[in-house]
Design a protein around this ligand. Structure first.
Ligand SMILES: [Zn+2]
Length: 389
């Protein structure tokens, strides 16, 4: 298959008048100018953007489907909702809940991963957001379900995931926190620092111990202070540490998000959604585990308060805001939505960029960066057939 007359976003830059050749499920060539002859089925894209499929490291649900339901079909349903918004791979995120519920959710994610890439969903693994979080920075996590770090509980969670636990968010300043960081890293799990009251020294100690990610930078942690820069300063100042950003215009002021892009660069930023099941459902009042939430103007808050409880964001909107509202160049925005998260997951040689040999996972975007079609593994996503104007 050949896609032509496109603005193809590659790691080297944007190829105007670009083309992309796909053989089976892989990208076999990328270039600009005259495309190869006899390359099979041909789609002329009329100058539309082609970007790599988005990879979202932080998803609690979407389209009415909740990861915590512990039902593999629901988990794949959430992934399918996000697929329609250009996300070709997700990590399924599990909030703090009674331990039994978290264990069941982990094994359901394991089944969803084992289902492999389906027609419209691909779940890479799980992200445990809890239960070893600080009650001082719990956000929407139910404080009753938070625990002090302990290796035995971690081992039970790890076993339930059966090799599919990819990321754990924890608060390293809690007693036993650093030991858990080292233990999780040794078990091959990426440690993200988040929902934490860590000061600068405690955050730096967590990075020294092997933590390499920050869960939704700025949210669920101490604010930046110029003499005590906390986790925010420790993360932004340290090369090698990657920061999630919820770029929905609600969790962060645009100036804050811009500062993060300037300080860390797109190679150390992962745009994430932190989306909950109500993403895609519009305004209303919903149950979220044991909590009641209120969705108004795209913001999700715990009922009766101002605490944000996840988002209704999708990755296409996060990318659009980065480019149109923050002024991030397209190539850098794509790096933060696809390339960096692929690298974090250790799959940068297969996904996250439009280069020969990578999986043919891509999104066709209009001039105003709306999703027009999504391809994963060389096949158009059924609900997102290429739209011709
Ligand atoms: Zn969170």
């Amino acid at each position: 298959m050949l896609l032509t007359d496109a603005r193809v976003v590659t790691p080297a830059g944007v190829l105007d008048d670009g083309w992309l050749r796909i053989v089976a499920d892989r990208i076999s060539g990328v270039g600009s100018g005259s495309p190869p002859r006899n390359a099979g089925e041909r789609h002329e894209l009329g100058g539309r953007w082609v970007v790599p499929g988005f990879i979202d490291l932080h998803v609690h649900g979407g389209g009415g489907h909740a990861i915590l339901s512990a039902d593999p079909a629901e988990i794949l349903g959430a992934a399918a909702f996000h697929r329609r918004h250009g996300t070709t791979r997700i990590l399924a995120s599990i909030v703090s809940a009674p331990l039994g519920e978290m264990l069941r959710a982990l094994s359901a994610v394991r089944e969803a991963v084992a289902a492999g890439p389906t027609d419209d969903a691909r779940v890479v693994g799980s992200h445990l957001e809890g239960p070893f979080l600080s009650p001082l920075r719990a956000g929407a996590h139910d404080p009753d379900h938070l625990r002090s770090p302990d290796l035995a509980t971690f081992q039970r969670l790890l076993d339930a995931a059966g090799g599919t636990l990819r990321v754990i968010t924890l608060a390293p300043e809690l007693p036993g926190g650093l030991e858990l960081v080292r233990h999780a890293v040794a078990a091959g799990v990426i440690v993200a620092v988040g929902h934490t009251d860590a000061n600068h020294a405690q955050a730096a100690a967590a990075f020294d111990a092997g933590a390499e990610l920050v869960t939704h930078l700025f949210n669920g942690m101490r604010p930046w202070h110029h003499r005590e820069p906390g986790l925010v300063g420790a993360a932004l100042a340290r090369s090698g540490v990657v920061c999630e950003l919820i770029n929905d215009g609600i969790h962060l002021h645009d100036a804050t998000a811009r500062v993060a892009f300037h300080a860390a660069g797109a190679g150390r930023i992962c745009l994430v959604t932190d989306a909950i099941a109500t993403a895609g459902a519009g305004a209303g009042d919903f149950h979220l585990g044991s909590a009641e939430v209120r969705v108004r103007d795209g913001a999700v808050r715990l009922a009766g308060g101002e605490t944000l409880a996840g988002s209704t964001l999708t990755m296409d909107a996060a990318l659009r805001r980065a480019v149109l509202d923050l002024g991030v160049p397209m190539r850098a925005a794509v790096e933060a939505s696809s390339t960096t998260p692929a690298r974090v997951l250790g799959i940068g040689d297969r996904a996250g960029s439009l280069e020969p040999g990578r999986d043919a996972d891509l999104v066709v975007l209009s001039d105003d960066l709306e999703v027009e079609a999504v391809m994963a593994g060389g096949a158009w996503t059924p609900s997102g057939r290429l739209v011709r104007r």
